[in-house]
Design a protein around this ligand. Sequence first.
Ligand code: GTP
Ligand code: MG
Length: 447
Amino acid sequence: MYNLNMNIMQEFDTIAAIATPLGTGGVGVIRISGSKSFDIAAKIFNGKTPVSGKISHGWIEDNNQKIDEVILLAFKNPNSYTGEDVIEIQCHGGINVVRNILNLVLKNGARMAERGEFTKRAFLNKKLDLSQAEAVADLIHAKTQKFAVQSAKNLSGVLADKIREIKKILFDSLSKIIAGIDFPEDVNEPEYHDLITEFEKALVEIDKILACANTSDILRQGVKVAIAGKPNVGKSSLFNKLLNLNRAIVTDIAGTTRDVLKETLDMGTAVTLIDTAGIHDTDNKVEEIGVEFSKQSIEEADLILFLYNAQTGQDNDDRQIYNLIKNKKHLIIANKCDLTANRQDNAVYISTLTGEGLEKLRIKIQNTVCSFSLEDTEFITNKRQQECLIKCRESLLNALDAAKHRELQDLISIDLKSALLFLDEITGEVITDEILNNIFDHFCIGK
Ligand SMILES: Nc1nc2c(ncn2[C@@H]2O[C@H](COP(=O)(O)OP(=O)(O)OP(=O)(O)O)[C@@H](O)[C@H]2O)c(=O)[nH]1
Ligand SMILES: [Mg+2]
């Protein structure tokens, strides 16, 4: 268990990693953090001696053999991302150049960094609280513009500030209760109705954050949109068109798609588009499993694109599938409208072959999807944070109940302390190794 209320900078060995994606690019960055960073730089860098906060230009050399011409950025602790001494080497962005420089850094005393280890150190050295560290991962992995903007808010400490505000309300009440218990002669115990007012105030704030949880989840995971219908109606063709990518196999053989295919689309909100196997009765074992998967996907989806053949119209099999989805949010789509002039019902007529109606459909999908997360969420939370808030809320409700029943304030203080501990878990003031490792395992190397 870490208790970060100790005001000591933690001592670690020196780590290094490539901070940019591996590939060919303009620049590549190798990041080194730890007490040996400047010594390592001195051994491999031929140029002006690095000075904190300054940029130095020179060459990386291995035993006088030139590796690359680089720019070196130096940061002395505590004024760096990790709070330790940090050196960042900006070199040319070829795969081999960055690898050669990293190997040289490792040879000269650094250890390869683990996933998220730089940010973990930043957290342990109190450069970021845990909610901000989690926002770093969110920002890196954000699949949509909107989620990136929201994650940046958390990185700037929006959630952490709110949690601190709630903590202050609870902490003030707890202090008054403890003072009343410890110094009964000098200090009156707080009035119950005052405690009730304060607890209710804190509850309102917690509920405000939790009210955004659903939108948070949608922003994070995307709205699940499944394409469903009989075999051969053109589901995979539509899937490919919406993605602008030939991702799914399309043939005129009924039962082409067997597995569930998923891809992410940015429609303002992230959309997970799901192509499913055509639903029908079959003796084929593989197809049967595919149909089962399709039904599961429909069950989990937020929106169903129900597809049928415009030329033949809906038959009994179509109607059976429609019965499966009719109680969920759905759009009815008649595909292959190039084969018929018939336009009778309330369906959206499209042809994945000619492109007719596809733009109209795209807009319809987009409008429906956006209605899932129209309001700008004030607070983005992840499952871990939501669970802490829910537990905090339970403890606080117990405290409120006890206050309403005029129970001993000693007892109320126990629930209050537990509520505070759950809030501490969100910002990471009290945290176990297991939780910490679980969080940083989701980072990439070099961050
Ligand atoms: N004329 C015409 N043919 C289409 C259209 N869309 C798809 N097709 C054809 O219909 C056949 C089936 O298309 P798929 O996209 O594989 O159909 P599916 O619904 O995914 O089929 P399963 O995976 O077997 O369930 C293919 O031969 C496509 O070229 C369309 O708008 N017009
Ligand atoms: Mg298919």
